[in-house]
Write a protein that binds this ligand. Sequence first.
Ligand code: PSU
Ligand code: MN
Length: 294
Amino acid sequence: MTHTLSHSLLLCKLSFESTIFTHGLPRPRNLEVALEAEASLRAAGVTPATIGVYNGVPTVGLTTEQITELSQVDNMDKVSLRDLPVVAALGVHGGTTVAATAFLAHHAGVKVFSTGGLGGVHHGASETFDESADMTTLAQVPIVVISAGVKSILDVAATLERFETLNIPVIGYGTTKYPGFYVSDSGFKVNYAVKNTDEAAKVINARDDLGLPQSVLLANPVAEDKQLPPEELEDILARAWGEAEAQGISGNASTPFLLDFIQRDTKGRSLKVNIDVYRSNVALGGQLATSLTK
Ligand code: PSU
Ligand code: MN
């Protein structure tokens, strides 16, 4: 009995990354969004576990005070999986990316992780080799990640090819149209859709029964009436990539630079979409965590 109880308590948890509020969103919205995500989950009976590195300690379940502090630090490290041992040894703070968050969540026994958009293959990667470690990490960490697709700043087609190569299942929530983060349809398709979180939970349980080590990616599109106008986005992206190239932005600075460019160019409208996307993924993650305890 006790076993069943603790088992379901453990499962009924949802993890969040910290890069979204240390690097992805501008102040003061970053903190508001992080705390709102936690509060909405608690209201739904699910325990939030926001993950980050506090004074060198990889922490699954940051306190409100710790989240508040991390959301206000300048020049914080953006911590992917390879950075974890370094920031741990140096004893500094860090915002964890999808890769580092997924790893820590899994090791703490948390199965479900909601984020905004995943990292993937950057444009021009065939020359620069700039591909997010999110992909290779998710190939080795058996959790489920809810996102609105990969960020629109990426090469979506190449990213989907990589997911296939890495044996990472990508499932649309209620659709086979792969979402494009700021827009509900990236223009690319996925092979499978689930209708509800109970169906998604069955896929995850089947993955576990088979002993497969990959994450399942659940792609949850932003509602059409909340998306950025797709034609507008195409135009902005072309200019954002041009500007990144002109300024010589590369490596892990690319994602924050491009997101910031889009935010400034849309005068904050992309920020609103980004937050809507995140809220929707948090809510769906909460439902899925609940379905998994059944
Ligand atoms: N999605 C957002 N904002 C972000 C990110 C994703 O809307 O800031 C972060 C995530 O933490 C993701 C990371 O793991 O960007 C990918 O960065 P890179 O391409 O350097 O791996
Ligand atoms: Mn990179």
